[in-house]
Design a protein around this ligand. Structure first.
Ligand code: BG6
Length: 520
């Protein structure tokens, strides 16, 4: 049997990476080195990049945190996390040892200068100007610390607004980036005091997913697809991000966030932007981000009264998911027993531009739904009422195209076909492209791609300031519409169901239905 690679070599492979920036030798400094994100995502991602030879030579990683710890103790701690959470586990212990030699620990408090001075000393000790001055600061901290860390980095001479210098410093910031438009603006203001916008890399890990990146390739490299990607052919679009877990140990954070801020403001609106944007003038970061902002700006604003009709929120009550019983949100750890925080949101949006006028975009996301699946479903118009459609009526399904973002990544076209046999019977059938069977099981994790892009200085997969602010403005208008209203009876949904009942009404009013993802 041929391997996948051999098969590919016989096909046409168009390589676009020729103009790709190389990655300079640099040091990655992680603030929040003892946190979950570092052990579960960042270090495994860096290891995999190292393993595939994508990291520069030389490179260093420094963990900056308050607790007293030696380099070795930190490495041991990371190895434990790596073995538990990474996609390769610890399958090559020798390679890990080699990688771990690049990891160093620096004791420091975010608010005390001493720690930053120790960081300078450690960087100096590497004896290489590139490792000393090409610095990627990864702020895996609470957003309340972003401004403080940035200011202290600047004061200790580690972060410069770059100009003519041969070296670079960049900030990578995790979400949540603010809690509303005002706080996001304030945060932007405090970061841009010490760094230019082009030095700031705001993470939305959905943009690091292969399948999300493929949306643009799928749309703009296929004539057949883009030709039908508009109001002439499309009835409506559904974007679903369902999760089968509750809030677990994150009750404290979630009480401050809720599904709207945790998922819609970032991941869902990013997927919407890529699905709906116009073709960019160039395959280049600013051109792509310009188009994303344009589409977000074209979302029809909602008055507080319209929010009541166009947005549904929900909160899970007790139930069962995958045969396991789940507590109600209000009984979760560190959650107020009277909490009105939403764990589910569904909404109907309109994009008021030439391409999408009149086409509803339905978005929904929730915790403790029946299973985990993220997808974009393009629901096409029905065929004209002649021939088969005339006889079958609504029993003849409209065509649809499902971009399955995760898991079971792939794209499925639903069309109608004849059931074999003497009688004339029709039913929907599927044409499917599966990542697994086409490319093999290997799919790099989002953080691998994102870290590499940040090191290379390519901002395409990161959120620009204006993009972030438009998304917050939309979310703020919805929260304003909700006000302080307590959860109503029909806003609760049982864990393990597809959400509160009013979410169905959102579509049924116009004779449409949610098309739930299929588990496989
Ligand atoms: C995070 C949210 O940004 O995304 C989590 O804070 C959520 O609440 C997660 O579970 C979902 O990411 P993924 O990649 O598992 O779909």
């Amino acid at each position: 049997m041929q391997s996948h690679d051999q098969e590919f070599d016989e096909l046409m492979i168009c390589r676009l990476d020729n103009g790709r920036k190389s990655v300079d030798p640099c040091t990655i400094v992680i603030f929040g080195a003892s946190g979950d994100l570092t052990a579960r995502k960042l270090i495994p991602a860096l290891y995999h990049l190292y393993d595939e030879g994508s990291l520069p030579t030389p490179f260093k990683v420094i963990g900056f945190a308050r607790r007293e710890k030696s380099d070795d103790a930190w490495r041991r701690e990371l190895l434990e996390g790596f073995t538990k959470f990474s996609r390769t586990k610890n399958s090559s212990p020798g390679k890990w040892e080699e990688f771990a030699a690049h990891l160093h620990y620096c004791i420091g408090s975010f608010d005390e200068r001493d720690g930053y001075h120790r960081l300078v000393t450690l960087l100096d000790s590497f004896g290489d100007a590139r490792l000393r001055n090409n610095l990627l600061f990864y702020l895996a901290t609470s957003p309340t610390q972003f401004a403080l860390v940035t200011e202290n980095l600047h004061e200790s001479g580690l972060l410069q607004k770059d100009g003519a210098s041969d070296h670079w410093q960049r900030l990578v910031v995790e979400k949540p980036f603010g809690t509303d438009l005002a706080s996001a603006r304030e945060l932007n203001h405090s970061l841009t005091r010490f760094a230019y916008e082009k030095q700031i890399f705001r993470i939305d890990h959905y943009l690091g997913k292969e399948t999300v990146q493929n949306i643009l390739v799928f749309r703009f490299s296929n004539y057949l697809i883009e030709q039908n990607w508009n109001r002439e052919a499309i009835d409506h679009v559904q974007i679903t991000v369902s999760e089968d877990m509750g809030v677990g140990g994150r009750g404290g954070y979630y009480e401050e966030a809720g599904a709207l801020r945790d998922m819609v403001q970032n991941h869902l609106l990013q997927v919407l932007a890529l699905t709906a944007m116009e073709p960019p003038a160039l395959l280049e970061a600013e051109a792509i981000r310009d188009e994303k902002v344009k589409v977000l700006r074209s979302i029809r604003p909602m008055s507080p009264e319209q929010v009541g009709r166009l947005v549904v929120r929900g909160q899970y009550s007790g139930g069962e998911v995958n045969g396991k019983s789940r507590p109600a949100y209000r009984s979760e750890d560190r959650v107020n027993p009277q909490s009105n925080v939403e764990t589910y949101v569904a909404m109907k949006l309109f994009i008021d531009n030439w391409r999408w006028s009149g086409v509803p975009f339905y978005l929904r996301t929730g915790k403790n739904l029946p299973f985990k699946a993220s997808e974009v479903r393009i629901q096409f118009k029905r065929p004209p009422q002649v021939l088969f459609a005339a006889q079958c009526g609504t029993m003849l399904d409209a065509n649809s195209l499902t971009l399955r973002l995760q898991p079971e990544e792939g794209i499925t076209l639903h069309i109608n076909g004849k059931i074999p046999g003497a009688s004339m019977q029709l039913r929907p059938v599927r044409m499917r492209f599966s990542y697994d069977s086409e490319f093999g099981a290997y799919t790099p994790e989002a953080y691998e791609r994102l870290l590499l892009e940040a090191m290379a200085g390519d901002p395409t997969l990161f959120i620009r300031r204006d993009e972030l602010e438009v998304a917050w403005a939309l979310v703020d208008s919805i929260r304003e519409g909700w006000g302080n209203r307590a959860m109503a009876e029909d806003e609760f949904y049982s864990a393990g169901s597809w959400g509160p009942q009013p979410a169905d009404g959102l579509l049924q009013r116009t004779n449409r239905n949610w098309r739930n993802p299929s588990p496989h």
